[in-house]
Design a protein around this ligand. Structure first.
Ligand SMILES: Nc1ncnc2c1ncn2[C@@H]1O[C@H](COP(=O)(O)OP(=O)(O)OP(=O)(O)O)[C@@H](O)[C@H]1O
Ligand SMILES: [Mg+2]
Length: 234
């Protein structure tokens, strides 16, 4: 694997102001394919803002973000959306499944609208079913989102984020609707599935157990990223 291919997510000097607040003040990070990075920090420190910038959902005031070597800050909205769909999988707080599609149809969406790294000829059902089984939501595949539990919805969102084997997975740990253990299990499943497909992962977590499962943890405070802990990987 070339060095270029390994570098999945790169942010350099990202600055974001929201109102009078300087939320991100020159934050930089690089994440390689297959690497799992935990993102921690107090409430309001800018974790969700940083993920939104990395996902191309929010354009920073200054700085650059590249996904797989493609800048998403120096391009137009259409190109930015195309890169997001093809190269990223997102699990965001309050992110909803489409209400009129079944769980299986929702999970299949990235295969239809993003360009799968595996090729477009593969039958999506063949790809989706095993993932639903791994997440133990295969029995509710034909149901609509309103007909399943909060935990099942969360696992469906995880399946949708990883189904197209994206270059990068960005996950904002849900703080509502799931109890601590269910949320921890869901994040562990996400990390395991993303590792298996070689994705670079950034997971926002408040949970030390989830952080311990990461290769590296970064803490956001005063708009900057810091490495408070040694690598868990020897
Ligand atoms: N749409 C917005 N408009 C203005 N300010 C915002 C907006 N969204 C967030 N902020 C502010 O930006 C700062 C960072 O918010 P952000 O949601 O990124 O924090 P966070 O670290 O994800 O917090 P939490 O752990 O509570 O989810 C906060 O001061 C917040 O009030
Ligand atoms: Mg947040």
């Amino acid at each position: 694997m070339s060095k270029l291919a390994e570098l999945a997510i790169s942010a350099q000097g990202v600055t974001v102001s929201r109102g009078d607040t300087l939320v991100l003040d020159g934050a930089s990070l690089t994440v390689s394919s297959g690497e799992v990075v935990g993102l921690m920090g107090p409430s309001g420190s800018g974790k969700t803002t940083l993920l939104a910038v990395l996902a191309g959902l929010l354009v920073p005031t200054s700085g650059d973000v590249s996904i797989g070597g493609d800048s998403i800050t120096r391009v137009g909205d259409r190109r930015r959306s195309a890169i997001r769909l093809a190269k990223l999988g997102l699990v965001f707080q309050g992110d909803e499944l489409l209400p009129d599609l079944t769980i299986e149809e929702n999970v299949s969406l990235p295969l239809r609208f993003g360009r799968s790294a595996i090729g477009s000829t593969t039958d999506s059902r063949e790809m989706v079913r095993p993932v639903l089984e791994q997440l133990e939501i295969d029995a509710i595949a034909e149901r609509l989102p309103e007909e399943v539990s909060g935990g099942q919805l969360q696992r469906a969102a995880i399946a949708r984020a990883i189904i197209h084997r994206p270059l990068g997975v960005l996950a904002d740990e849900p703080t509502t609707s799931l109890d601590g253990e269910a949320s921890r299990n869901a994040m562990s499943l996400l990390i395991g599935l993303a590792r298996a497909s070689g994705s670079a992962v950034i997971v926002v977590t408040h949970d030390d157990a989830v952080a311990a499962g990461c290769d590296r943890v970064l803490t956001l405070s005063d708009g900057q990223l810091r490495s408070p802990l040694r690598d868990h990987r020897l």
